[in-house]
Design a protein around this ligand. Structure first.
Ligand SMILES: *[C@@H]1O[C@H](CO)[C@@H](O)[C@H](O)[C@H]1NC(C)=O
Ligand SMILES: *[C@@H]1O[C@H](CO)[C@@H](O)[C@H](O)[C@H]1NC(C)=O
Ligand SMILES: *[C@@H]1O[C@H](CO)[C@@H](O)[C@H](O)[C@H]1NC(C)=O
Ligand SMILES: *[C@@H]1O[C@H](CO)[C@@H](O)[C@H](O)[C@H]1NC(C)=O
Ligand SMILES: *[C@@H]1O[C@H](CO)[C@@H](O)[C@H](O)[C@H]1NC(C)=O
Ligand SMILES: *[C@@H]1O[C@H](CO)[C@@H](O)[C@H](O)[C@H]1NC(C)=O
Ligand SMILES: *[C@@H]1O[C@H](CO)[C@@H](O)[C@H](O)[C@H]1NC(C)=O
Ligand SMILES: *[C@@H]1O[C@H](CO)[C@@H](O)[C@H](O)[C@H]1NC(C)=O
Ligand SMILES: *[C@@H]1O[C@H](CO)[C@@H](O)[C@H](O)[C@H]1NC(C)=O
Ligand SMILES: *[C@@H]1O[C@H](CO)[C@@H](O)[C@H](O)[C@H]1NC(C)=O
Ligand SMILES: *[C@@H]1O[C@H](CO)[C@@H](O)[C@H](O)[C@H]1NC(C)=O
Ligand SMILES: *[C@@H]1O[C@H](CO)[C@@H](O)[C@H](O)[C@H]1NC(C)=O
Length: 442
């Protein structure tokens, strides 16, 4: 799910005063997802969703999901193929027992069951799959792909699809097909998909970068309003903003990045705030923006001398303040128990610590607070915490209840549609989920 924001689009438009979304987690399976399509003024229903990562099914079976706290849960990922008519990758054709079980659980809990297609390594063929026809006598790839998807949705009784194309018109994971017309083709594809009887009232969402969809020169489009019609919402994936590829330790999921003490713009990759401003400046309605949030953090190896800011211990639980944006060194060490090193990820650890992993590995106590003796910093600008183990030299930029509450408040303040958490397995005892839900007004 790397989302390397290589561009930042700052906008100067003031945000209009926006009504808070009506936030009801009462499941309402009969409420059409696309309420505004009939031009009614009814408030769009709040979205409280999470991705269910099937790769972690052994550790976190779908039965463990706190279903009652979500309006939908998205099964991730089915992957794209070069042939738009082929069965999607990573799920077992039309008879995937895990997906069937997932959908049954969701429906038993009156929650929408969505399927995510794509992801960082699964987006390689979107460009072909949504392509136009090469001649007048052939159906377009988009038409073939749509028939394929509609059959899949009907077969599994899905309530919608989430397109996690990383990223239309942008060179991302090596080997991905990229076409200057990707975003234009994607829009036409979404319009045609929405036009099908099957998808007419189901959820269609796209999970996107912190900058609006790219134009033919791979720069953010200045007007993406047309996408708001076929899409129920766009999820802004505001995570992986800093990691082992960055020039220093920095925030995984910053809420803001425009404070006086922020690194220079050339270094900052963006934030929830800059992303929402950019999408709104490109004429996308805030009520159709969902904020993607991270139940995990990235770890960095930092020397004690770089981490220690030499100030005295400053709080009641005896944590030590640590420096902002310190340098780090490679190699990337292992993150938590789910961070496997294998051939598919080039033999490198991701260094990811899920929130539960920070508790299990002794950075945080069972309530999610930093343990006595660790280094700790809560960054006021990005509204995200850092924790540091002086013995192992590992610093983690992550999210906690406080930062999730700040993001929930932001969702309410900006009139956004809701939140989407990567991933359901990352939390512990719903500490993060409850924090963001309550702060968003649920
Ligand atoms: C559920 O949806 C129906 C149809 O739109 C609506 O009349 C009803 O008030 C909704 N119930 C809740 C609890 O939102
Ligand atoms: C699907 O899988 C189930 C369980 O393995 C099996 O009983 C059933 O025959 C399969 N159906 C098809 C169409 O392959
Ligand atoms: C359509 O899909 C085929 C593979 O089935 C691919 O070779 C072709 O390039 C695609 N067309 C477009 C316009 O992307
Ligand atoms: C249209 O394209 C297909 C292959 O993509 C080819 O088989 C067919 O002959 C073409 N038809 C015409 C009229 O060019
Ligand atoms: C949607 O369907 C209508 C009626 O069948 C058709 O006129 C229109 O061109 C379709 N639009 C798209 C984008 O497929
Ligand atoms: C979609 O919802 C509209 C409005 O409730 C309804 O008239 C239509 O029949 C629904 N379409 C499908 C395919 O269920
Ligand atoms: C792409 O968008 C950028 C602004 O982000 C604009 O400067 C550029 O002219 C656009 N390119 C095209 C081909 O429209
Ligand atoms: C940080 O550095 C100061 C000054 O060198 C030292 O007194 C203190 O023990 C260090 N703190 C930690 C937690 O290592
Ligand atoms: C934290 O550990 C230090 C050193 O062991 C001890 O003096 C202090 O009382 C502890 N604080 C708390 C709140 O447990
Ligand atoms: C893997 O780690 C090694 C050692 O730190 C580094 O040189 C290499 O660039 C990393 N590869 C990837 C794909 O991150
Ligand atoms: C290797 O990584 C891939 C992608 O993250 C994952 O699907 C696979 O299960 C991993 N294999 C092992 C043996 O951990
Ligand atoms: C944190 O930011 C808020 C709002 O920008 C400000 O009022 C507060 O003084 C700041 N706190 C610190 C410790 O800098």
């Amino acid at each position: 799910m790397l989302n390397i924001g290589f561009l930042v689009l700052f906008c100067t438009l003031p945000l209009a005063a926006l009504a808070a979304p009506s936030c009801s987690l009462v499941p309402n399976a009969t409420l059409p997802a696309v309420v505004r399509r009939d031009n009614s003024s009814q408030a769009l229903p709040f979205v409280a969703t999470t991705w269910y990562n099937k790769e972690h099914a052994d550790f976190f079976p779908p039965d463990n999901i706190s279903w009652e706290k979500y309006t939908s849960v998205t099964y991730a990922f089915a992957t794209t193929n070069e042939d738009p008519s082929a069965e999607l990758g990573n799920i077992d054709g039309m008879n995937d027992t895990d997906l069937i079980h997932f959908v049954n659980l969701a429906h038993g809990n009156n929650v929408k069951a969505l399927l995510s297609i794509g992801g960082w390594t699964g987006s390689g063929h979107f460009s072909c799959d949504v392509g136009p026809t090469t001649n007048a006598t052939n159906p377009s790839n988009a038409t073939i792909f749509i028939n394929n998807l509609v059959n899949l949705v009907s077969n599994y009784s899905l309530d919608g699809l989430d397109f996690v194309w990383e990223f239309p018109g942008v060179d991302a994971d090596p080997g991905n097909v990229v076409n200057p017309n990707d975003s234009q083709n994607f829009l036409a594809f979404l319009q045609q998909l929405r036009n099908t009887t099957t998808m007419q009232n189901l959820t269609i969402s796209a999970s996107a970068s912190i900058t609006p969809f790219a134009n033919s020169t791979a720069l953010p489009m200045t007007n993406v309003s047309a996408f708001a019609e076929p899409l129920d919402y766009v999820t802004i994936m505001n995570f992986d903003q800093w990691g082992s590829w960055s020039p220093s330790v920095g925030p995984n999921a910053p809420l803001n990045d425009s404070c006086p003490d922020s690194p220079p713009n050339s270094v900052v990759s963006g934030s929830a705030d800059s992303a929402v401003k950019a999408w709104i400046a490109a004429d996308f309605p805030p009520e159709k923006l969902v904020l993607g949030v991270a139940a995990y953090g990235h770890s960095f190896s930092v020397n004690n001398s770089d981490a220690n800011n030499t100030a005295a211990p400053s709080d009641a639980v005896w944590t030590f303040p640590v420096a902002a944006y310190p340098p780090f060194h490679l190699p990337q060490l292992q993150g938590d128990s789910l961070d496997a090193k294998n051939a598919t990820d080039a033999g490198n650890y991701t260094g990811i610590f899920n929130f539960f992993g920070l508790i299990d590995e002794g950075f945080l106590d069972s309530n999610g607070h930093p343990v006595n003796g660790t280094g700790y910093r809560f960054d006021n600008c990005t509204q995200t915490p850092y924790v540091y183990n002086f013995t192992t030299g590992v610093m983690v930029s992550y999210d906690n209840a406080e930062s999730f509450a700040a993001k929930g408040q932001f969702i309410q303040d900006k009139g956004l549609r809701g939140f989407a958490m990567w991933e359901a397995a990352g939390d512990r005892n719903d500490i993060l989920l409850d924090a963001i839900s309550q702060a968003a007004g649920c």
